[in-house]
Design a protein around this ligand. Structure first.
Ligand code: GDP
Ligand code: MG
Length: 435
């Protein structure tokens, strides 16, 4: 599925501790392919990766996070944006508020009608009336009757009528007379788009002027879902999309394309046949789920909040000139401490993360490192080359550690310095892409 595919394409990015120069172009190619295979519309996928590329190239690598993690964050944010950014609410104003269902047969309209009635009744204290306008199949009316009973809401139907427009109008009159504040109109669908169905649903729309027209679509139908959405939208100019059957092994790409193609928000997702299997659609959470990397995203956010951009620039210059010293090391430790959860965050800090990776990280872990550094003279801190054997012995004594601790820190510091020089190489941004 999509989330596994994307995770795989990020595998270099998740690479254990090693900060390597990531090949952004290669990664984005994989991301694009994963999106296409998940039925994301070609244009949507291309625009998406172009945007990510642009954002990635403008980013300063030497923030508190690895370039790879930054990439994940950028992809995540763009995914969320692609799906609408914010959670879209439905319009429940009106006495009564009227919601009209549209969509193909089997998409899940009747089920969703029941689910929505239940959700708005239990969570918003609404008093809904559901309306059966599927006049072609007696079984459809029976289905809605059973659902309404389970939910504990009344249902309106006219068994001898073949006119869905007047049924809908009569239902609204009934709702007004009996004081229902919400009317949910279930309609008939066809297996494929046809003129008669479109005329019928348009006529119902004209007659009852609903607050909210929802287009219900089966997410398992992939690219077809996008095409159907487009046609319904051209006729009805609907207000929102309901993606059903997002449980099971769906590819989910439809969720990504529909928003961009029809420019209407996804408002709900159906995740099962049971009446409580309905969620409001949250773009952020969907992006998390697609990427399967919510943790990284929030870590990066936290780190970005805390990390001082100016300090990063200053440090970058020093590293490029191979002047990173123990004073900088102390500053970096202070940065890590500011961020809170050390175990998670320490590995994300350039330089220090590697130096302390063998140490059991807690707040105390820094105490001996700091003690050793504080036992150095200012000259020794800014010029570690001065640290000969007798100075090391003095520092061990002064810091209450032993010579092995001091030697280990110096060795790690040297390695870190080399590695930092190598990876930054005087370059500020992620290397230019090769195509
Ligand atoms: P309609 O023709 O548009 O009214 O579609 P129905 O509401 O009758 O649903 C068609 C089938 O899809 C039924 O068997 C439903 O139980 C099933 N269904 C609807 N929504 C979901 C969902 O979110 N998940 C799953 N797994 N099945 C669903
Ligand atoms: Mg139905």
């Amino acid at each position: 599925n999509l989330s596994e595919r994307l995770e795989r394409s990020f595998k270099i990015l998740k690479g254990e501790g090693k900060i390597t120069e990531i090949n952004v172009a290669e990664t984005l190619k994989d991301v694009r392919k994963a999106l296409l295979d998940a039925d994301v519309n070609y244009k949507v996928a291309k625009n998406f990766t172009d945007t990510v590329k642009e954002k990635a190239l403008g980013q300063n690598v030497l923030t508190a996070v690895k370039p790879s993690q930054l990439m994940v964050k950028i992809v995540h944010d763009e995914l969320a944006k692609l799906m609408g950014g914010e959670t879209a609410e439905i319009n429940l104003k009106g006495q009564p508020a009227v919601i009209l269902m549209s969509g193909l047969q089997g998409s899940g309209k009747t089920t969703f009608t029941g689910k929505l009635a239940r959700m708005l009744k239990t969570k918003k204290g609404k008093n809904p009336l559901v309306v059966a306008c599927d006049v072609y199949r007696p079984a459809a009316i029976e289905q809605l009757r059973v659902l309404a009973e389970q939910v504990g809401v009344p249902m309106y139907c006219e068994l001898d009528s073949k006119d869905p427009v007047s049924i809908a109008q009569n239902a609204i009159k009934e709702a007004k007379a009996k004081g229902y504040d919400l009317v949910i109109v279930d309609t008939a669908g066809r297996l494929a788009i046809d003129e008669q169905m479109m005329n019928e649903i348009s006529a119902i729309k004209e007659a009852i002027n609903p607050q909210e027209i929802l287009f219900v679509v089966d997410s398992m139908t992939g690219q077809d879902a996008v095409n159907t959405a487009k046609e319904f939208n051209e006729r009805l100019n609907f207000d929102g999309v309901v993606l059903t059957k997002l449980d099971g092994d769906t590819r989910g790409g439809a969720a990504l394309s529909i928003r961009t193609v029809v420019d209407k928000p996804i408002k709900f997702v159906g995740t099962g046949e049971k009446l409580d299997a309905l969620d409001q659609f949250h773009p952020e959470r969907m992006a998390d789920r697609i990427l399967g990397m919510g943790d990284i995203v929030s870590l990066v956010e936290r780190a970005q909040e805390q990390y001082d951009e100016e300090e990063a620039k200053r440090l970058h210059k020093k590293i490029a000139k191979n002047q990173f010293d123990f004073n900088d090391f102390l500053t970096q430790i202070a940065q890590i401490k500011k961020m809170g959860n050390l175990k998670e965050l320490a590995s994300m800090i350039p330089g220090v993360g590697k130096a302390i990776k063998d140490i059991d990280i807690d707040d105390n872990a820094f105490k001996s490192i700091e003690a050793i550094i504080y036992s150095m003279t200012p000259q020794e801190r800014s010029n570690p080359a001065l640290l000969n054997g007798s100075r090391r012995t003095r520092i061990a004594k002064g810091s209450g550690t032993n010579i092995q601790d001091v030697n280990r820190l110096l060795k790690q510091f040297e390695e870190t310095r080399k590695m930092m020089k190598m990876i930054t190489g005087g370059n500020k941004t992620i290397p230019k892409l090769k195509r």
